[in-house]
Design a protein around this ligand. Structure first.
Ligand code: ADP
Ligand code: NG1
Length: 444
């Protein structure tokens, strides 16, 4: 049984008093999210359709009179951390949870000056499973930013804060987009959020009754600031390289340089994703290629290309055409899925979600054996649709289940996937989620 919000609040207040010997002055909650569709489109400037879930990071905080930050956590997985407020803090080890708090400081210091912030004591609790594609990292970063702002008695309006938080999260080393921070701050109860980028905007889409949204964990974590970081950043690099090559191939037809793949959709609204993938297919061999080979085949300077490849090794190889096919076709599916959701057309939404999963698996190559087994098990268990959600490489799936079939689905997926896996014992891995509001601050 999950504790009620009131019980969580009481636990956090009591634990803060025990840890720091005083009461907090601020309580913050920031939700995780599940992405219905629109995977790996955000950093390409293309839309996404996530919703905030009823799982959060909570943070209690009190100001200090010095510039010290003390971080404590109710989970023994995250050891206490202390650091000094600075616009350029010394990061903890890669993947350390303290880095997300520091990233919030770096972002806010850029906007307000570090003198506009106050040191403080912070205590964290949370039930968003980390490294699972439900954006626990952004929930932690957004909670940190809101707590720091409240302690400093400053305010940044949510849209601007979402942009600031997205840029700040890159400080931990992942070249991520802006979906997670935006939905965490701007979500509305009962709604999914269609988010567009460049400029950032968010449009709530009501989630009608009739189907349950079920998140299933593959039992494999994929930490984007740890083991999965290089694979994630490699996809970002491939998209940037594809822009450089397409600029060359489109030549005089192109009115301006491409800021990202989203520019293709904006400049050529009537051209299909497959057209651009075909251009790349014709120019490059049907296998991963080095920067050197791309440069020779397309006639671009190697140095110009290398600047787009996030410092990868010279012998690293890149796949371009399938990545472009995924990103541009996924963006089209987001628009269609938004319309299907608004119309309560679950069959259409399910078909789009399944197509998204196939594209993530085959063209973007971000699925994994465990995710594939879980998706197959979910379909056998009666889900209307099942797809990986978030970055992939492990983590969770989002499953659409017709409301009357929910109880049977839960029994079947347990038998089909979890029952025979020792790693599943004693933990909750299946969550029926409800579209929840965005982050909130309470002054106590
Ligand atoms: P995701 O955002 O998909 O959950 P990431 O790998 O991007 O995965 O972020 C996971 C990291 O976020 C963890 O390794 C940890 O550093 C941090 N984190 C998440 N939840 C918490 C929490 N409750 N307390 C402390 N740190 C957390
Ligand atoms: P997850 O897997 O929840 O960390 C990541 C990125 C998003 C987006 C998705 C893929 C971070 C913080 N977030 O989400 O920006 O690119 O992958 O759609 O890395």
């Amino acid at each position: 049984m999950r504790p009620s919000p009131a019980a969580r609040r009481a636990t956090l207040l009591a634990a803060f008093a025990a840890e720091f010997g005083r009461a907090p002055s601020v309580l913050v909650q920031a939700p995780g999210r599940v992405n219905l569709i629109g995977e790996h489109t955000d950093y390409n400037g293309l839309p996404v359709l996530p919703l905030a879930i009823d799982r959060q990071v909570w943070m209690a905080a009190a100001p200090r009179d010095d510039a010290t930050v003390r971080l404590a956590n109710l989970s023994s997985r995250f050891a206490p951390r202390t650091y000094a407020l600075s616009a350029t803090p010394e990061p903890f080890a890669a993947g350390d949870w303290g880095n997300y708090h520091q990233a919030a400081v770096v972002g806010l210091a850029g906007a307000l000056g570090v003198g506009g912030l106050r040191g403080g004591d912070f205590l964290v609790d949370g039930d968003v499973p980390p490294g699972s594609g439900l954006s626990s990292s952004s929930a932690l970063l957004v909670a940190s930013a809101l707590a720091l702002l409240a302690l400093a008695e400053r305010r940044i309006e949510p849209l601007a804060l979402a942009e600031l938080a997205a840029a700040a999260e890159r400080w931990v080393g992942t070249q991520s987009g802006g979906m997670d921070q935006a939905v965490c701050l701007l979500a509305r109860a009962g709604h999914a959020l269609r988010i567009d980028f460049d400029p950032l905007s968010a449009h709530p889409v009501p989630v009608p009754p009739g189907a349950a949204l079920v998140v299933c964990h593959s039992l494999v974590e994929a930490e984007k600031s740890g083991a999965a970081r290089d694979a994630y950043n490699q996809r970002v690099a491939e998209c940037r390289l594809a822009c450089r090559v397409l600029e060359r191939l489109l030549g005089a037809n192109l009115p301006r340089r491409l800021a990202n793949l989203g520019d293709l959709a904006r400049l050529y609204p009537d051209r299909a994703a497959a057209d651009f993938a075909a251009l790349l297919d014709n120019a490059l061999p049907p296998r991963p290629v080095t920067i050197d080979e791309i440069a020779r085949r397309v006639g671009i300077s190697q140095f110009q290309l290398a600047a787009n490849a996030s410092g990868a090794a010279a012998d690293a190889t890149y796949t371009l055409a399938p990545r472009v096919r995924h990103v541009l076709s996924e963006a089209e599916r987001v628009g269609q899925a938004e319309a299907a959701l608004a119309a309560g057309d679950w069959a259409r939404l399910a078909a789009l979600m399944d197509a998204s999963h196939a594209s993530c698996r085959d063209d973007y190559e971000v699925s994994s054996p465990a995710l594939e087994e879980l998706v197959a098990a979910a379909r056998e268990s009666g889900a209307l649709a099942a797809r990986l959600t978030g970055a992939g490489f492990g983590g969770c799936t989002i499953n659409l289940v017709a409301a009357p079939d929910l109880a049977l689905f839960l029994t079947r997926i347990h038998r089909a996937f979890y029952q025979q896996r020792p790693a599943a014992r004693g933990r909750e891995h299946v969550f029926v989620v409800t579209p929840s509001p965005g982050a909130g601050v309470e002054i106590v």
